[in-house]
Design a protein. Structure first.
Length: 169
Protein backbone atom coordinates (compact mmCIF):
# COMPACT_ATOMS: atom_id res chain seq x y z
CA UNK A 1 0.00 0.00 0.00
CA UNK A 2 1.32 3.46 -0.83
CA UNK A 3 0.16 6.41 1.18
CA UNK A 4 0.22 9.97 -0.15
CA UNK A 5 1.58 12.40 2.41
CA UNK A 6 -0.56 15.50 2.23
CA UNK A 7 2.05 18.05 3.30
CA UNK A 8 4.92 16.93 1.07
CA UNK A 9 4.79 15.97 -2.62
CA UNK A 10 6.03 12.41 -2.04
CA UNK A 11 4.52 8.98 -1.75
CA UNK A 12 6.07 6.47 0.63
CA UNK A 13 5.62 2.76 0.86
CA UNK A 14 4.42 1.85 4.33
CA UNK A 15 3.53 -1.81 3.81
CA UNK A 16 5.83 -2.82 6.63
CA UNK A 17 3.64 -0.94 9.12
CA UNK A 18 0.82 -3.42 8.42
CA UNK A 19 2.72 -6.69 8.61
CA UNK A 20 2.18 -8.95 11.63
CA UNK A 21 5.02 -9.39 14.09
CA UNK A 22 7.35 -12.31 13.53
CA UNK A 23 8.54 -14.33 16.50
CA UNK A 24 12.21 -13.46 15.98
CA UNK A 25 11.66 -9.69 15.97
CA UNK A 26 12.57 -7.76 19.10
CA UNK A 27 9.59 -5.85 20.43
CA UNK A 28 10.00 -5.76 24.20
CA UNK A 29 9.13 -2.65 26.11
CA UNK A 30 12.72 -2.24 27.33
CA UNK A 31 13.97 -2.49 23.75
CA UNK A 32 11.52 0.19 22.61
CA UNK A 33 12.57 2.42 25.52
CA UNK A 34 16.24 1.99 24.55
CA UNK A 35 15.45 2.85 20.93
CA UNK A 36 13.62 6.01 21.96
CA UNK A 37 16.42 7.03 24.33
CA UNK A 38 18.75 6.76 21.35
CA UNK A 39 16.30 8.71 19.20
CA UNK A 40 16.15 11.61 21.67
CA UNK A 41 19.93 11.60 22.17
CA UNK A 42 20.52 11.68 18.40
CA UNK A 43 17.95 14.43 17.90
CA UNK A 44 19.57 16.52 20.64
CA UNK A 45 22.98 16.00 19.01
CA UNK A 46 21.56 17.11 15.64
CA UNK A 47 20.21 20.30 17.21
CA UNK A 48 23.56 20.94 18.93
CA UNK A 49 25.32 20.61 15.56
CA UNK A 50 22.75 22.85 13.88
CA UNK A 51 23.34 25.52 16.54
CA UNK A 52 26.98 25.79 15.44
CA UNK A 53 26.26 26.90 11.89
CA UNK A 54 25.27 30.32 10.56
CA UNK A 55 21.54 31.11 10.50
CA UNK A 56 21.57 31.54 6.70
CA UNK A 57 23.14 28.10 6.24
CA UNK A 58 20.69 26.60 8.76
CA UNK A 59 17.74 27.88 6.70
CA UNK A 60 19.28 27.29 3.24
CA UNK A 61 17.68 24.59 1.13
CA UNK A 62 20.03 22.25 -0.74
CA UNK A 63 17.33 21.64 -3.37
CA UNK A 64 16.44 18.09 -2.34
CA UNK A 65 14.82 16.21 0.52
CA UNK A 66 12.69 18.11 2.99
CA UNK A 67 14.62 21.33 2.45
CA UNK A 68 16.82 23.16 4.92
CA UNK A 69 18.29 21.76 8.12
CA UNK A 70 15.52 23.60 9.95
CA UNK A 71 12.92 21.98 7.69
CA UNK A 72 14.42 18.53 8.38
CA UNK A 73 14.32 19.05 12.13
CA UNK A 74 10.75 20.32 11.88
CA UNK A 75 9.86 17.20 9.87
CA UNK A 76 11.26 15.05 12.70
CA UNK A 77 9.23 16.91 15.30
CA UNK A 78 6.04 16.80 13.24
CA UNK A 79 6.50 13.06 12.62
CA UNK A 80 7.14 12.31 16.29
CA UNK A 81 4.14 14.35 17.40
CA UNK A 82 1.77 13.11 14.70
CA UNK A 83 2.44 9.44 15.40
CA UNK A 84 2.26 9.87 19.17
CA UNK A 85 -1.09 11.62 18.97
CA UNK A 86 -2.39 9.01 16.53
CA UNK A 87 -1.35 6.22 18.89
CA UNK A 88 -2.89 8.01 21.88
CA UNK A 89 -6.16 9.08 20.26
CA UNK A 90 -6.71 6.54 17.51
CA UNK A 91 -7.00 9.31 14.92
CA UNK A 92 -4.69 11.19 12.60
CA UNK A 93 -5.00 14.74 13.85
CA UNK A 94 -4.04 18.02 12.19
CA UNK A 95 -0.25 18.32 12.25
CA UNK A 96 1.76 21.12 13.81
CA UNK A 97 2.59 24.01 11.50
CA UNK A 98 6.03 25.36 10.55
CA UNK A 99 5.09 28.90 11.61
CA UNK A 100 4.78 27.68 15.21
CA UNK A 101 8.42 26.47 15.15
CA UNK A 102 10.21 29.22 13.24
CA UNK A 103 13.67 28.80 14.78
CA UNK A 104 15.92 26.29 16.49
CA UNK A 105 14.95 27.48 19.97
CA UNK A 106 11.28 26.74 19.25
CA UNK A 107 12.19 23.30 17.90
CA UNK A 108 14.24 22.54 21.03
CA UNK A 109 11.20 23.34 23.19
CA UNK A 110 8.97 21.27 20.94
CA UNK A 111 11.32 18.26 21.13
CA UNK A 112 11.59 18.58 24.92
CA UNK A 113 7.78 18.53 25.19
CA UNK A 114 7.56 15.63 22.76
CA UNK A 115 10.18 13.60 24.60
CA UNK A 116 8.28 14.06 27.87
CA UNK A 117 5.00 13.07 26.21
CA UNK A 118 6.54 9.95 24.58
CA UNK A 119 8.23 8.97 27.86
CA UNK A 120 4.87 9.24 29.61
CA UNK A 121 3.04 7.25 26.94
CA UNK A 122 5.71 4.53 26.83
CA UNK A 123 5.76 4.39 30.63
CA UNK A 124 2.03 3.63 30.71
CA UNK A 125 2.24 1.04 27.94
CA UNK A 126 2.19 -2.58 29.05
CA UNK A 127 4.88 -4.94 27.80
CA UNK A 128 2.20 -6.93 25.97
CA UNK A 129 0.80 -3.86 24.23
CA UNK A 130 4.09 -3.19 22.43
CA UNK A 131 3.33 -6.00 19.99
CA UNK A 132 -0.38 -5.26 19.60
CA UNK A 133 -2.16 -4.02 16.52
CA UNK A 134 -3.48 -0.47 16.82
CA UNK A 135 -6.62 0.64 15.03
CA UNK A 136 -6.94 4.26 14.04
CA UNK A 137 -8.80 6.49 11.64
CA UNK A 138 -6.78 8.16 8.89
CA UNK A 139 -7.21 11.65 7.38
CA UNK A 140 -9.95 10.35 5.09
CA UNK A 141 -12.02 8.84 7.89
CA UNK A 142 -11.01 5.29 6.95
CA UNK A 143 -10.06 2.75 9.59
CA UNK A 144 -6.49 1.43 9.37
CA UNK A 145 -4.56 -1.03 11.50
CA UNK A 146 -0.87 -0.66 12.35
CA UNK A 147 1.42 -2.83 14.38
CA UNK A 148 2.49 -0.60 17.29
CA UNK A 149 6.06 -1.93 17.39
CA UNK A 150 6.49 -1.19 13.67
CA UNK A 151 5.43 2.41 14.22
CA UNK A 152 8.10 2.65 16.93
CA UNK A 153 10.75 1.17 14.67
CA UNK A 154 9.71 3.51 11.86
CA UNK A 155 10.22 6.61 14.02
CA UNK A 156 13.52 5.85 15.68
CA UNK A 157 15.86 5.80 12.64
CA UNK A 158 14.37 8.98 11.17
CA UNK A 159 16.75 11.22 13.13
CA UNK A 160 19.73 9.17 11.98
CA UNK A 161 18.81 9.69 8.34
CA UNK A 162 19.15 13.45 8.90
CA UNK A 163 22.80 13.32 9.95
CA UNK A 164 24.31 13.47 6.43
CA UNK A 165 22.59 16.84 5.88
CA UNK A 166 24.52 18.52 8.69
CA UNK A 167 28.07 19.75 8.53
CA UNK A 168 30.56 18.01 10.85
CA UNK A 169 30.44 19.27 14.42
Amino acid sequence: MSVGVEYYPVTIDVDYLYLPRQENQVSSKSHVKTLFDYHWHTTQRLMDCAAKIEVDEYHASPGYGHGSIHDLLFHLLRTDRSWRLALETGRQLAPIQPADFADLAALRLGFAEEQAAWDSMLGLLSAEAVGDAVEMTNWHGEPVTFMRWRVFQHLVPTACSTIPNLPPC
